[in-house]
Design a protein around this ligand. Structure first.
Ligand SMILES: [Zn+2]
Length: 204
């Protein structure tokens, strides 16, 4: 078996490795992808994040999303799947939608694929009003993104909003505002975060 990123030979399957989840990254690549668990508060929403959006994580995510390399889907939650299932038992996953145009080019829904074998229910019905591709950097664009989500699905008891990278926080807050009247409890999970200020930390 070879490392999915650097192509180095990983080694033979041993007796003990049969009982563990198989990592598609070699130990050297895995070391470059350290988990830095963080809890970020946006408004009154608690967001858990696993990685910093930099270095290895950034390269892997870009290769996965922009080069449509579907085979990378398992590298991001390696060793975290049981943790998520247990910590968020009782929650339904709600994915922050990506642009339809991007999804068509890619041919797969990148977030749903990463979380597909996590045994938690998936809530459907969150969509973007307008097919915006990226979070804008200025206040007007951010506010446009923040108001760009609508939830048309069923009522839910507990919802875990899921996204890949937390940047300005406007997509996450947009999704939160769309769902919060339709559920009793909301938490959020972002694979990674960009380590800079979050403009919605205090209400504007
Ligand atoms: Zn490697």
């Amino acid at each position: 078996m070879r490392c999915i990123y650097c192509d180095k030979e990983i080694g033979k399957i041993t007796f003990t490795s049969l009982f563990l989840e198989e990592d598609s990254l070699c130990p050297d690549c895995r070391r470059m992808l350290p988990i830095k668990r963080k809890c970020i508060t946006l408004d009154d929403l608690k967001v858990e994040s696993f990685y910093e959006y930099e270095g290895m994580f950034k390269s892997l995510l870009l290769q996965y999303k922009e080069c449509c390399d579907e085979a990378l889907k398992d590298v991001f939650l390696y060793g975290l799947k049981d943790y998520i299932r247990i910590r968020y038992a009782g929650y339904a996953l709600l994915f922050v939608p990506s642009s339809q145009k991007k999804k068509q080019i890619r041919g797969f829904d990148h977030l749903e694929l990463i979380f597909e074998d996590i045994k938690l229910p998936k809530a459907k019905g969150l969509r973007m009003k307008e097919d915006l591709i990226q979070e804008g950097k200025n206040a007007v664009e951010r506010s446009r993104m923040r108001q760009n989500y609508v939830y048309e699905g069923e009522l839910q008891k507990k919802v875990l909003i899921v996204d890949d990278v937390l940047t300005t926080g406007s997509s996450m807050i947009g999704a939160y505002e769309a769902i919060k009247g339709k559920t009793r409890h909301v938490r959020a999970l972002s694979l990674a975060n960009k380590n800079y200020h979050f403009p919605f930390k205090n209400k504007v």
